[in-house]
Design a protein around this ligand. Structure first.
Ligand code: PTJ
Length: 245
């Protein structure tokens, strides 16, 4: 292990990499997850490695949507579990959302390791593990199609941070509201979701939990969701990347 000097200009980014590599060594993250993170990092560099005003607007709308939902579910994959387990549990508690593990590169061993990691951070009743994922998302070929009947299958809102496009489109077709975190505003997930937070998951997840605490009990939730325009927000993220704003 190398030690990262605290005054290193890229210290935060290096610590995030370490958390992911550590997650890989502990069997939470797949090798492909390291590649996916590299793509995310490139976009993060372009947006200035900060939570932009545009992302803040999406975070507020996402918190409001989760609080308005009857049965919200947070879908957790290996990268999310390695990078922000505490914030995921915090968000679930703040919004009454269930937590379901749903992996692209699915193995039961990894599902169990991720469940244990979330439980260490206070999660209760983690859905989607092993035979619990007995329902199927129609028209989806990947392993992500198998979901928990008490979780994603019956959810009205599904939060899918770091997702692949196929399942986002399939969930929207099922009539569900979909929220995502994706640093790439051009991805199919970013375009198909109802609310896309273009930000690094390590910043966005704690900010989302905080926004949910702040908005809990607010009378403006519906107004916040109705006033949010995802297409416009994505256009603004692209402008930030191009240096236009
Ligand atoms: O744990 P599994 O088996 O479910 O696999 C998880 C990964 C992430 C490997 C899998 O879902 C995958 O291959 O994802 P993709 O299709 O590469 O998409 C990941 C998206 O997340 C890309 O658009 C990346 O730009 C984005 N991304 C990567 N790291 C971050 C990120 N967005 C926000 N924060 C990040 N740290």
């Amino acid at each position: 292990r190398i030690s990262i000097p605290p005054n290193h200009p890229r210290a935060k980014s290096l610590h995030t990499r370490e958390a992911l590599v550590d997650g890989y060594r502990r069997g939470l993250v797949v090798a492909e997850g390291l590649i996916a993170h590299g793509r995310g990092e490139a976009y993060d560099y372009l947006i200035g490695e900060c939570t932009t005003k545009t992302a803040q607007r999406a975070i507020k709308a996402a918190a409001a949507m989760l609080l308005l939902s009857r049965h919200p579910v947070i879908s957790v994959n290996g990268n999310a579990a390695a990078l922000c387990p505490g914030a995921i549990v915090e968000l679930a508690k703040a919004t009454g959302a269930a937590i379901e593990i749903n992996l692209f590169y699915r193995t039961e061993e990894r599902e169990r390791a991720i469940k244990a990691e979330l439980e260490t951070h206070g999660a209760e009743n983690v859905l989607g593990v092993g035979s619990r994922a007995s329902a199927t998302i129609p028209e989806l070929q990947s392993e992500r199609r198998r979901v928990d009947p008490d979780g994603i299958y019956s959810a009205d809102t599904v939060f899918v941070p770091l997702e692949d496009g196929d399942r986002t489109e399939a969930l929207v077709k099922m009539g569900k509201k979909v929220i995502t975190i994706d640093l790439n505003p051009l991805s199919r997930t970013a375009k198909a979701a109802h609310i896309t937070i273009v930000d690094n998951i390590v910043r966005a997840m704690p900010a989302l939990a905080e926004a949910a605490h702040q908005l809990n009990g607010s009378k403006s939730l519906k107004r916040i969701v109705d006033g949010f325009d995802n297409k416009k927000n994505l256009r603004e993220s692209l402008k930030i990347i191009r240096g236009v704003i």
